[in-house]
Design a protein around this ligand. Structure first.
Ligand SMILES: [Zn+2]
Length: 450
């Protein structure tokens, strides 16, 4: 009885071995299907580096990477052909400032109540699932890579990044920061002394250079790709010594530092410390702009048109309050446009970043985020400058020379979008992306030819 069982098991083992050998041979042997080859064909391709439009482009893709790009290329036999008619192809868009694990409700009355509710009612696991939903909305709008800058609970951003990489959920490529480093209180408003424990779910509070150094190392241990630092929140401002140590510790291991900085003092401290990007920077003095040019520090202008800010405000406002809010939004947007114009004129490099984390009625996260381009245009940036800010410049900020995205070139990931019109003539065309491919996988195609 026992012998029979052993014999049966041996037979089974031999059978399984045969099957697995069969698999190995069928992968490498003659007559195998080989690598997956795709050819994308369209009417136009925008070369974002030169600004030239190439007619009748063909992009050949193998195993998710671009192998050749050029006009009227011969498509190898056996390729899957995706014909997008006369559409214009561009590299996938990149958002350098996201908070995918947050979706605030404007009706609650601003950041403070939203942050407290998010932190006290949502686990990092639940937030990662929210992030999966927001990430998909970004990707479907044409954003194929993001830099997610904190407010993700305990390393929820790292979990989401890794889940997307593993193919568990569909989303953009993520460069993640883990919890932001900050002075006392992080970005929380008033929280009573006996509940301040919740702050560490969202921020690593540092005081002094050794705590700053320790926090950078902890972030890398937690899986961070870069460091996010909140230089100031109201009168709580990190010192130049703390900032320099943060930059030194990150740069020592070839990682970057993104600095949230509001106002003249904080932008100056960030620039002096040599961070890689200044986020927001709603006011920046001329000499700091100059320092940013010299040190090649990017400005990530998280700007929107005035209507954006009032589109999610509380429905309970009186007509008078509504008017006040609209006037406040207009003066904020005008002042931001003015400083972005000054920055561009000074020669500061710009990378696009939305900082979108509110639920905008009638829009997906991706659609709402792309409204930033309208503000960039209102500040006087040309359409090609805006497109570069959201592609090649953004890729440079995220990954430097190692960037495998941000342009449609041989060797890069096949992260490609297509639009029907011409975004060089009208930047809002990018609000209507019709085709999205990430790493050779079609995410969306509204251009299917019948
Ligand atoms: Zn932000």
């Amino acid at each position: 009885m026992r012998l029979k069982k052993i014999l049966a098991l041996q037979c089974l083992a031999v059978l399984l071995l045969c099957v697995s050998f069969g698999r190995i041979f069928s992968q490498s042997g003659a007559g195998s299907p080989g690598p997956k080859r795709i050819a994308v064909r369209a009417g136009r391709l925008l070369d974002v580096k030169s600004g030239n439009v190439i007619a009748n482009p063909v992009i050949l893709i193998e195993n998710g990477r671009i192998t050749v790009v050029g006009p009227n290329l011969t498509i190898p036999a056996g390729s899957e052909v995706i014909d997008l008619g006369d559409a214009m192809l561009l590299p996938g868009l990149i958002d350098c400032h996201t908070h995918l694990l947050q979706n605030y409700d404007g009706a609650l009355g601003g950041d403070d109540p939203n942050m407290i509710l998010t932190v006290t009612q949502m686990s990092a696991a639940k937030r990662a699932l929210l992030g999966a939903s927001m990430g998909r909305e970004d990707l479907e709008a044409g954003i194929t890579a993001v830099r997610d800058l904190g407010n993700s609970g305990w390393n929820g951003d790292v979990a989401l990044r890794d889940a997307i990489r593993s193919g568990w959920v569909v989303g953009p490529r993520i460069v993640a920061s883990t919890r932001a480093l900050a002075a006392a209180g992080g970005q929380f408003g008033s929280v009573s002394a006996d509940t301040q424990e919740i702050i560490k779910q969202e921020y690593v509070v540092i005081s002094g250079v050794e705590e700053a150094r320790k926090a950078v190392r902890q972030a890398f241990y937690d899986g961070a790709d870069l460091i996010k630092v909140i230089v100031n929140t109201g009168p709580r401002v990190l010192s130049i010594e703390e900032m320099k140590v943060i930059v030194e510790e990150a740069h020592r291991v070839n990682r970057k530092v993104a600095a949230h900085a509001i106002g003249n003092l904080a932008t100056r401290v960030a620039a002096e410390a040599g961070v890689d990007s200044i986020e927001h920077g709603y006011t920046i003095p001329d000499d700091v702009l100059q320092m940013m040019v010299e040190k090649k520090i990017y400005l990530v202008p998280t700007d929107y048109p005035a209507e954006f800010y009032t589109s999610f405000s509380s429905p309970n406002l009186t007509p008078e309050q509504k008017q006040q809010a609209a006037a406040g939004a207009k003066s904020f947007a005008d002042s931001n446009a003015q400083r972005l114009g000054r920055a561009v004129k000074a020669g500061v490099r710009i990378a696009a970043g939305s900082d979108e984390y509110y639920n905008i009625p009638g829009k997906t996260r991706g659609q709402a985020s792309l409204l930033m381009f309208r503000a960039y245009a209102a500040a006087g940036m040309s359409t090609i400058e805006i497109i570069r800010a959201a592609t090649v410049n953004a890729a440079d900020l995220l990954a430097g020379d190692r960037a495998l995205f941000g342009s449609v070139e041989a060797g890069k990931f096949a992260d490609i979008i297509a639009v029907s019109g011409d975004p060089l003539k009208d930047i809002t065309e990018l609000e209507h992306v019709r085709f999205v491919m990430k790493g050779g996988t079609v995410i969306k195609n509204d251009l299917k030819l019948r």
